[in-house]
Structure formats: C-alpha cells, structure tokens
Design a protein around this ligand. Structure first.
Ligand code: PGD
Length: 763
C-alpha cells in the first residue's frame, strides 16, 4: 500500500473534509468552505486499524455445527473465522435453501440504518438491490426511526413529509424575516451537523446567529437548555418531557380567549377547526385547555404561557417542531398540534413564519432544494409486497402471524426465516434490547455485513467484513446539500474486508445471477454511469460539468439550487390552484379519515395524550436523544466520541438536585434501571437539565454483562437497554424510544470494564 501524499477530498454524513495517511494514521482537515464544520469528522482518525474492525468472515460456531434454526445462543456464542470462498459457499447455500423452501417472503432485508455516505457504496442500497435482482425480493421496512410517526400522520393533515424536509428554504426565512422563533424540541446544532448523504455546509448556527443579531426572539420549549445554541440567546421554557402538546393547547386557548386567532386564515386554509375548538374550550370533553390546565401538566407558569401566546400573535412567528417530539408514545400529537397552533396564528406560507418540521433535526432540512438529480443506484423491483413499519422488527420476529394496525389497515406479521442486515445496527437503534435479543433468536439464520464488530454482529450467524468509506472511491452528495464531493480511497482495507458491492457480487455469482446484480460493471463503472445523469443535467444548465475522471481528480463542485416557492407558500398564494395533497386540499385540523379509523390512541383532531405513564419506582424521565459527538453508534471508539465519555462510559447528565438526593457526584458511575433493563453511565451534573429529568444519548455500543444481584446491565451506557419497545401509536407504529422512566442510583461494587469487544473466537 502506498500512502497518498496529498490530501484527498472525502465526504461523510457529518461533513466534507480532506484526509491523507501520515505515518499510518489518518490526518484530517476540515473543509475551509464550511462555515461551521463538525468535529465528528475527527472520529475517522483511528478507524482504519481499530481492533473493533472486522477483518475476516466469521461464522457462529453453533450455526456451523448444528446448521440453521432458531437459537438462543446468538449473542453469547463464539465465532469461527473462515475464508471468503467458504463464507460465500455457506451463505449462498443457505439463501438457496430459504428461497427454495420458503420463498423471498421469508427474508427480512429491511436492513434499516445510516451506514456510510457515498452515492454508490451505500450498504442498504446494495442489500436491497441484491435481494431484488437475485432472490426475487424481500420483506421490506417502511418509514424510519427518525420520523416514523410524522411520516404517516403528515399526509393526512398537511402533505407528505418530503415537502417539509426537501422543499422549504427555512433557514433563509428564519435568518432574515422571523420576528419570533418558538422551538419545540429546539434547533440542536448537534443534530443539524448530520445529514444523510453529505452535509458540506453547516448553516444552522450562522442562521440562528443572524436572526438573533437582527433582533428576532427565540423561545425554547425543551427539558434540555442546550437544544438551542447560545447564539440564539433564547428564553428557556423547561417543559416536562413529552408535554409540548399541553403547552401548545394552553397557548391556543389563550389565543381564542383573547380573540387573537386568525379566523380568516382558519376559514380559508383549514378544515375542521370548529370541532377542534370545541375540544380546546372543553365543550366536547368538559376540560377547558386553559393556560392553568397546561401549566399544571407542562410545568411552565401561567403568565409565561399567556405572554408567549400574545407575543406570538403580535409578531411573525415561526414554530419549529423537532423530530424528537414525535419519537415517543403519542408522538403524533405535538406535530399535529404545532401545525394547528401555527394555523391559528395565520403565518403559514410567509417567509420566516408558520411551521417547520425537522429544521435542526437533520442538517439539510431547511436548505433550498437542488435543481439537478443526484447519482442514484437503481434497486430493482421488489416482488414481495409485504413490509413492516420499521420499528416493529422485534414484534415481527417474535409473533409471526399476529395482526397489527398501520395507517388504518389491519396487517399480519410475516414468518421470517432469514434476516440480512447491511449498514445498520439494530442493537444500537431499537428499543428494549434484551427483547430484541430474544427476537433475534427466532430466525433460522442472521447475516450481517459491517465494518466493525457491533452488537448486531455479535447476534449474527454469518458476519462479513465490509470496508469503510476511506477505503473506497465514491461520490458524496445528499438531497439539499449544495455540493457534490468526489470521495477518494485513502488506504487499502484491513485484512480481508471487502466492499459491500463485492460481497454481494460474489454471492450473486455463486447463485448464478451475477449479471443481474452487477450488469457487468465494476464499482468504478457504476460510479461513472451514475454520475452521468447529474453531469448531463449540469451541462444542460450550462454549468461546469466535469467528466467523471476530472471530477474524481478534482475537488467538490457546486450544484444549482431551485428558487421556486415551497408548498406552503404556493398554497397560501392560491389555495385553489395549489391545493395541499390532503383529502380536502386544506390543512386538516380535524381529519375525517383519521376519525374514521376509530383508534383510541389517535383521534380525529390533536388531543392531549400523556406520553409516559407515572411510575413511582422510576421517578426520573430519561431523555434518550441523539449524541453530539458521533452519528448514532458509528465510530463510537473515535477520539471525539471518547472525549465525551465519563469514566469511559456514556455520560448521563442530571440536575445537581436529583444527583444530591441520590448521593451521586460529578464523575461517579451510576446504575440506571427501568422496568425493561439496566445500564451504567458516568454522571455529569448540569443546570441545563430540568429537575426530574436526565439525559443519556444513544450510540454507546450495547455490551451486556451480568452483575450479581442486579442482572444484565449494558456496561457502556446504551439507553436502549432501558427503553420500552412500544409504538408511537396504532396509527403510525413509529419508534417511541426518546423517553423512558428510570431510577438512577450509585453503581454498587466495582463495575465491569467498558469497551468495543471483538467477536469472541472459537478456541
Ligand atoms: P448507526 O449507528 O448509524 O445506527 O440507527 P442506525 O442503525 O442507523 O448504524 C450504522 C451501521 O452501519 C454501523 O454499525 C456502521 O458501522 C455500519 N456501516 C458504516 N459504513 C458501512 C458500510 O460501508 N458497509 C456496511 N456494511 N456497514 C457500514 C439510527 C436510528 O437510531 C435512528 S436514525 C434514530 S433517529 C433513532 N433515534 C433514537 C432515539 O432518539 N432514541 C432512542 N432511544 N433510540 C433511537 N434509535 C434510532
């Protein structure tokens, strides 16, 4: 291997950068053109040679010796290294067996996960393409862990999710025109640092700072103060977790009480407001949703609520709704109610006013859309129509044949025999991980492609080592990201690791379908072919359109942006000519469709439904939010992620008052327990957390160990050891992992060590 001497351009979900090998280590340079580059890039420093890297195909001993079948040794067994021909032979034989005996409907390859940036080497795209072109299809997953509740709800009430995430130029409106920005769940720059595919310009902090300098006010409703950057100089409303809907109802009540709601807007652009008002005023259920009622639930004083309502009515207000709001039980309600409140204020469709969803939750939301198509790998046609809502994976594996409801339909869980995961880590992202372990014991065979020995790899039968982006050429680009970035390989893969593409090409060859999968191209051939679509569009627009080789030898290129008004602006300008895609063509404050579903956990209009049931044994509400120092569980061993640990474990932040009453001090190791499990974490005291609340980010690698007298405990601090595996509602079946009730105490005795364990090898 020859180390390149010059810095080579690269891209990740958290930014573009350049890198080179220097004395065997990766030297990284943040992009000078990025106004606020993310330090998550620094986590690449030790990825090429970290001991957690997978370097050989591995087969679980129990599977190798006893053959496929349900097995509760998964997660506890040892592995046998094999060479590639043997791994491909074993896996292709098993795929053939499953295909012949059960058909593709017995294969789950929903394979949710963020894997790596790069338009071609995206693992999830390849597992889907392989299953479609070689196996005839697979049971897929729908929606995402990010915004599953909203994705199902929004089309009923205002329009598809992508209108919010892809078409709204909200940062510009906020920076230049908002008078007041009221942020439910905040605009956390740690989340805006990330965007699927690439995030070459981090604009959130700058836009917030510009708005604040101009005199715009910011109000943050969140139990955590740093959900808005200091540049906002925000008023903090430390709401009790999951009570935003109640706060919004209190604001809405006061608007009506004072006659401050915009009746003209409601009449012209919405449907079903009168029914909702009956509920708001308590005429339909006997409970007026007054500011005093709201204050009792959300913990914000009455006069703060009334003054805020009056301020919102008096100035152009943008209401921002974060993804986190809906990642909980009844997570549909704050989104629906936030949109309703914005409609009552009447600023929807004006620049800097109205409502956004996902602004600050993902980096490229709120940037103008691109005017050219991006390179995209075709995935082929899936002949299996069956799917599950993504967060119902454990239910599906544990209860084949059981029925469940989703978006008004009654559906049945399929009977899955083989699970194939590439580019995701369900033992990081799913809730109630000990239940997931029981679910993973059910299929005949579990296959995982990953670069590192994740907990998911530990629970697999066949583990195939994949490369990381720094080891392959690719093209980085993401929807709404204004640049396309050539990604150049920096180093050869460690050991026998292969690109996912090569792994699937070898499998396809063993199954006699190589050409269907590869179409006769190698990776470079595909890159050149996929880029051509974008190059052609650039040339047609008379913009610089380098040939493929020139692109790969150069640096990032700017992509043209669309300046057409977003869907809400067009709707406001002419609601007859530009109706929304809802059944009425208007904003549905009451939805007859949803009312007709007759669900107890999602009614026909926004409703206060408490998200976390009281539990005296677990008085603290834990917010299990996104981490600031890595993307999900990726590169948790990287230096920037590790710097944020406390005593080597994930950091739990607590209010000093809660820590003191439990005898905990800054730096202590704490034991967190819920009815679903336990984990350890290192304590940090913080006045930025509402009393009665603690915060533990996701992404520490799940590593269960037995502690005598306590039971199974995740030693690294993964909050999904604690969270319940429940859906947001029977309408949406979304992930509800954001909030869980826990008790926190000092960790008894010497706690087990932390780390990123390799797969245990057979002696
Ligand atoms: P990642 O850690 O990004 O988590 O869940 P997700 O599964 O996406 O996993 C990506 C995996 O891909 C890693 O194991 C990485 O090593 C692997 N990988 C990277 N590059 C490659 C490659 O080239 N090839 C292959 N084969 N593998 C690769 C994220 C999910 O978690 C999401 S999106 C959200 S929003 C949810 N958030 C929460 C939450 O707020 N609270 C809780 N409690 N739980 C959540 N879970 C969800």
């Amino acid at each position: 291997m020859t180390a390149p001497q010059r810095f080579l351009p690269h891209s990740s979900h958290w930014g573009s950068f350049s890198a080179r090998l220097s004395g065997g280590t990766v030297e990284l340079r943040h992009s000078p053109d990025d106004p606020d580059p993310s330090r998550i890039i620094d986590n690449f420093a030790n990825v090429l040679s970290h001991p957690a890297r997978l370097t050989r195909p591995m087969i679980r001993r129990g599977w190798l010796e006893d053959g496929p079948g349900p097995d509760d040794r998964r997660g506890r067994d040892v592995f046998v290294p094999v060479d590639w021909p043997e791994a491909i032979r074993l896996l292709s034989d098993e795929l053939r067996r499953i295909g012949d005996r059960h058909g593709p409907k017995a294969i789950f390859a929903g394979s949710y996960g963020w894997s790596s940036a790069g338009r071609f080497h995206h693992a999830q795209g390849h597992v889907h393409r392989f299953m479609n072109t070689v196996m005839g299809g697979y049971v897929a997953s729908r929606t995402t862990y990010s915004n599953g509740a909203a994705e199902v709800l929004l089309p009923h009430i205002i329009g598809a999710l992508h209108h919010f995430t892809r078409s709204m130029d909200s940062w510009a409106g906020l920076a230049e025109q908002s008078g007041l920005v009221v942020c439910f769940g905040g605009l956390p720059v740690r989340n805006a640092a990330i965007s699927g595919g690439g995030n070459s310009r981090h604009v959130a902090r700058g836009a917030i700072a510009r708005a604040a300098e101009r005199g715009a006010g910011f109000v943050l409703a969140s139990p955590i103060r740093d959900d808005l950057p200091v540049e906002a100089d925000a008023e903090w409303l430390p709401v009790a977790p999951g009570t935003d809907t109640a706060l919004m109802l209190g604001l809405a009540y006061h608007l009506v009480d004072r006659g401050l709601h915009d009746r003209d807007f409601l009449d012209r652009y919405t449907t079903g407001y009168p029914e909702f008002e009956q509920y708001l005023l308590g005429h339909s259920d006997g409970i007026p949703k007054t500011p005093a009622w709201a204050a009792e639930i959300c913990g914000i004083p009455v006069d703060t609520i009334t003054k805020l309502a009056e301020r919102m009515a008096a100035t152009r207000t943008m209401i921002t709704l974060s993804y986190s709001l809906q990642r909980s039980r009844h997570g549909e309600q704050p989104i629906w109610m936030g949109i309703t409140l914005a409609a009552m204020l009447g600023y929807i469709g004006l620049p800097g006013g109205g409502v956004t969803f996902g602004l600050g939750s993902i980096g490229n939301v709120g940037k103008p859309p691109l005017a050219v198509p991006l390179p995209t790998l075709p995935q082929g046609r899936n002949r299996v129509s069956d799917f599950i809502p993504v967060a119902r994976i454990a239910d599906m594996l544990l209860s084949p044949g059981d029925s469940y409801s989703f978006d008004g339909e009654t559906r049945t869980y399929p009977d899955i025999r083989l699970v194939y995961w590439a580019g995701g880590n369900p033992f990081h992202h799913h809730q109630d991980l000990s239940r997931l372990a029981r679910a993973f014991a059910r299929p005949d065979t579990v296959v995982v492609n990953d670069s590192v020995a994740t907990a998911t790899a530990h629970h697999a039968d066949i583990v195939l080592p994949a490369t990381v982006t720094l080891e392959r050429d690719d093209i980085g680009a993401g929807a709404n990201d204004p640049n396309l970035v050539p990604m150049r390989a920096l180093a050869a893969p460690p050991g026998e690791a292969l690109d996912d593409y090569e792994i699937f090409a070898r499998l396809a060859r063993a199954l006699g379908r190589e050409d269907d999968y590869t179409e006769g191209r190698d990776a470079c051939g595909w890159l050149s072919c996929l880029y051509e679509r974008t190059r052609h569009a650039l040339a047609k627009a008379d913009l610089p359109a380098p040939e493929f080789d020139a692109l790969m030898d150069g640096g990032e290129i700017a992509l043209p942006l669309s300046d057409s008004p977003d869907f809400l602006m067009r709707f406001r300008a002419d609601p007859q000519a530009n109706p929304l895609t809802t059944p009425s063509g208007k904003i549905e404050i009451t939805s007859q469709t949803l009312a007709g579903f007759n669900l107890s956990d999602c009614k026909g209009h926004p409703t206060w439904l408490p998200p976390v049931a009281e539990d005296k044994a677990c008085p603290i509400v834990l917010v299990a939010n996104q981490p600031a120092r890595r993307l999900h569980s990726q590169l948790d061993f990287g230096p920037y992620s590790q710097e944020g640990k406390t005593g080597g474990r994930e950091t739990v932040r607590m209010h000093p008052q809660d820590a003191a009453s439990r005898g905990l001090q800054d730096g202590d190791t704490a034991l967190l327990r819920s009815p679903h499990g336990a984990c350890l974490a290192g304590v940090r005291l913080s006045e930025d957390i509402r009393p009665g609340v603690a915060q533990l980010s996701t992404g520490a690698w799940y590593s269960p160990a037995e502690i005598p007298g306590i039971g199974t405990v995740c030693v690294n601090g993964n909050p999904n050891a604690l969270t319940p595996d429940i859906p947001s509602s029977s309408l949406t079946q979304g992930c509800a992992g954001q909030l869980v009730r826990v008790e926190i105490s000092a960790c008894p005795d010497a706690p087990p060590p932390t780390g990123h364990p390799q797969l245990p090898e057979s002696a």
